[in-house]
Write a protein that binds this ligand. Structure first.
Ligand SMILES: Cc1ncc(COP(=O)(O)O)c(C=O)c1O
Length: 292
């Protein structure tokens, strides 16, 4: 079955799904996006993703030409056309076709495309063994310059961090703020357990306001775990009893080593395992239905 891509209202075959070289999404990274997940024939937290997309678009003064309901309908329609049950969805809104200058007023019509595919990200063994991480030297974009809370098409800051990870032969890396505090990873949020407390960096650390992060905070509080959103240094990660990453693609991935320091006993910790189990139950129990 040929993959069908939603492109400005039409479902077109993958080979025909094309964007102009004059689109400012390509020329300047001028646009916004969401990475969304489908589980068990349902789209997980679709409304939250669409709300974040709208917030990102407002921040860059981009008028999305579809309402929230229409975007939800287009997302579900794309999943249905591709028979997606458990998969990943990429929803992108670009500024649209303009001229070679920066001026977004020259782009009268934003483009929307949606890619939905049945994909498996990380092998199950990885959730059992856990990941080693490094701290990368690329600092997270300062919210004063380009707020990472805006999920824009400009991901070069993260890509530079990812290149450092690739060179060090690790999957993910921790990015620090300009002031040297822990921010997040190149494509995931980070949590550490120190004693009884679960810590994660706050918005001011220049993080993406993760949908998975928010779900984990809810689940942890429901489990009676004290969760704090505050700034902490990398030494708190090195000394952590447990550490894990959250993201739409990653779900919740245990971390067992950071910068050569073993976390806990070098295996995914008990709180991490409990929260991963709860998260998987949650993803199976809610979501916007794709099929009637
Ligand atoms: C830089 C970055 N941090 C964190 C996340 C995790 O956010 P979410 O859980 O909404 O996927 C993402 C994924 O979009 C990301 O790109």
């Amino acid at each position: 079955m040929a993959q069908l891509i939603y492109l400005d209202g039409e479902l077109v075959e993958r080979d025909q799904a094309k964007i102009s070289v004059y689109d400012h999404g390509l020329l300047y990274g001028d646009g916004v996006f969401e990475g969304i997940r489908a589980y068990n024939g349902r789209v997980f937290r679709l409304d939250e993703h669409l709300e974040r997309l709208e917030r990102s678009a407002r921040a860059i003064m981009l008028d999305i030409p579809l309402s929230r309901e229409e975007l939800a309908e287009a997302t579900v329609r794309t999943c249905r056309a591709n028979e997606v049950h458990d998969g990943y969805i990429r929803l992108v809104v670009t500024r649209g076709v303009g001229d070679l200058g920066l001026d977004p007023r020259k782009c009268p019509k934003p483009s929307i495309f949606i890619i939905a595919a049945n994909v498996q990200f990380y092998p199950e063994e990885l959730y059992e063994a856990g990941l080693p991480l490094i701290t990368v030297s690329t600092r997270r974009n300062s919210p004063a310059c380009l707020d990472p809370g805006v999920k824009s098409l400009n991901y070069l800051n993260n890509i530079l961090g990812k290149i450092e990870c690739i060179l060090a032969n690790v999957e993910e890396g921790i990015m620090l703020t300009n002031a040297g505090m822990v921010s997040e990873c190149t494509g995931d949020n980070i949590f550490v357990r120190l004693g009884d407390e679960l810590l994660t960096p706050p918005a001011e650390a220049g993080i993406v306001d993760g949908i998975t992060r928010a779900a984990l905070i809810e689940l942890a509080r429901d489990e009676g775990i004290a969760v704090a959103e505050r700034l902490f240094p990398i030494t708190d990660v090195h000394a952590a009893d447990e550490c894990f990453l959250t993201g739409t693609a990653a779900e919740l991935v245990p971390v067992v080593m950071v910068d050569g320091r073993t976390i806990g006993d070098g295996k995914p910790g008990p709180m991490t395992k409990r929260l991963l189990k709860r998260f998987r139950e949650l993803t199976k129990s809610e979501g916007t239905p794709i099929y009637d």
